[in-house]
Ligand binder design. Sequence first.
Ligand code: NI
Length: 185
Amino acid sequence: MILPITQYGNPVLRAVSAPVETVDDELRELVANMLETMYEANGIGLAAPQVGRNIRLVVIDIPEDEEEGTEPAMATINGELRPVRSIMPLVFINPTLEPYGKQYLFTEGCLSVHNIRANVSRPDHVRATLPQLDGSVLEIDCDGLLARCLQHECDHLEGFLFTDRVSSAAKITLTKKLKKLAERY
Ligand code: NI
């Protein structure tokens, strides 16, 4: 089932989400619906607050880079170097992230912030502990798009949006657009 995506201005996007305590059929159904909703919207990540639920749950699916000559993205997954693609779609609850490395500027967008894209500076690497629905845990050390996406999605669980993290100069030009979005909400 495709769920409505909460839009900028909705307070659910600004709340700190609660840990997931139980994995039951209701949660598994929510995950299936979130994946369907993300694919339908052509997104690569979706956090539970974006479908109106303030719980620490995220789905991610980063497609293969189909540009010719590009090597598949790799990450250290539970101590083993593996293709990022091998863990997609990635579903996790109650994540712990440790971003590190040098700050890196990259253009971000968000399914909850319509028609706005902006450069955001974040560390280029992430170490992440990602509990899975089946009780196992993925320990990931990565860079590239996955590192970016993990930081963006986990920000949603804290009530942050990428627009909070742009430079103060960029914020000035964004403010008007965001005000319009909030009014429409
Ligand atoms: Ni987002």
